[in-house]
Design a protein around this ligand. Sequence first.
Ligand SMILES: NC(=O)c1ccc[n+]([C@@H]2O[C@H](COP(=O)([O-])OP(=O)(O)OC[C@H]3O[C@@H](n4cnc5c(N)ncnc54)[C@H](OP(=O)(O)O)[C@@H]3O)[C@@H](O)[C@H]2O)c1
Length: 324
Amino acid sequence: MTKAIRIHEHGGPEVLQWEDMDIGAPGDGEVRIRHTAVGLNFIDCYQRSGLYPMDLPLTLGTEAAGVIEAVGLGVEGFAVGQRVAYAGGQMGSYAEERIMNAGVLVPMPDGIEDQTAAAMMLKGMTAHMLLVKCYPVSAGDTILVHAAAGGVGTILCQWAKHLGATVIGTVGSDAKAEIAKAHGCDHAINYSTENFVERVREITGDAGVPVVYDSVGKDTFEGSLDCTSKFGYVISFGNASGPAPAVEPLTLMAKGSLFLGRPTLIHYTADHALRLEAARALFEAVEGGAVKIEVGQTFPLAETAKAHAALEGRATTGSTVLLP
Ligand SMILES: NC(=O)c1ccc[n+]([C@@H]2O[C@H](COP(=O)([O-])OP(=O)(O)OC[C@H]3O[C@@H](n4cnc5c(N)ncnc54)[C@H](OP(=O)(O)O)[C@@H]3O)[C@@H](O)[C@H]2O)c1
């Protein structure tokens, strides 16, 4: 028996139940992992609430680090006792132990601790997708990152800075502005008290930015279109305040021949070679010191409901790790 956080219906954090689960032994191509640290991600809230409808009942969670406890037939390249981490691929990380397909695992380098791994895999590979695949940021670009003091935000801003960009970040409080500045932001805008479109125009001498990375969605999306320079890219990649509204193609023309993207990491890491490419780039950025992973808070896995309430209540900074 193991313990896991499961849902039987969609709803608020109160639907998260701490339950016994019988996971059995690994089948062909599978391993059993004992988790040492589990990553909390905003997508877990969308899947819990039903914004992203799921088949129920379900063990939530898409990211963790741990140790292999048993190996099924036909598994190559992984052994009992090995440290591994994963993000995406197969839900069910909100558990003390689990069975999973070995194909989505990434061996962990010795230099990266388990809590750091659980804090960075999904968020860091997302940063790689955004900075390298969606719009290749290069030295000299001035870019805009919303929710810059958050999990993805703190990684994205540092990595962009390392690539030579000037980073403008938005945040919900003055305390978060300090965190954003300590993690790669050259200019932190408190969008609770300041008009971020006006501030971006001011900082860029009215030119706007060639790319906006918008994970906030509903509350920021239209402003993001107004911050973007001619031929620029608006990359909408999250719904923290609710889904971004629909946009007419003609609006993109009128705002300066803009490009709109709505990527998901699921597609960008669907293939193992792509997943390894992103993971290796991330390990290099972290081990080389370009990106520091900020674990802002931890919660016992059994108290995941509190962690969800904190994340949705804008009360977290950096990444959040759940401890089995
Ligand atoms: N497309 C993909 O493949 C992909 C992959 C990973 C993550 N994401 C997205 O990236 C975003 C960041 O994920 P994360 O896990 O690192 O979360 P996070 O950024 O640590 O937390 C979300 C932040 O959004 C801001 N926010 C603004 N309005 C909000 C509202 N009404 N309710 C809640 N938060 C609000 C808050 O920061 P302030 O208080 O500073 O505003 C909050 O801290 C999420 O939107 C997530 O869905 C997308």
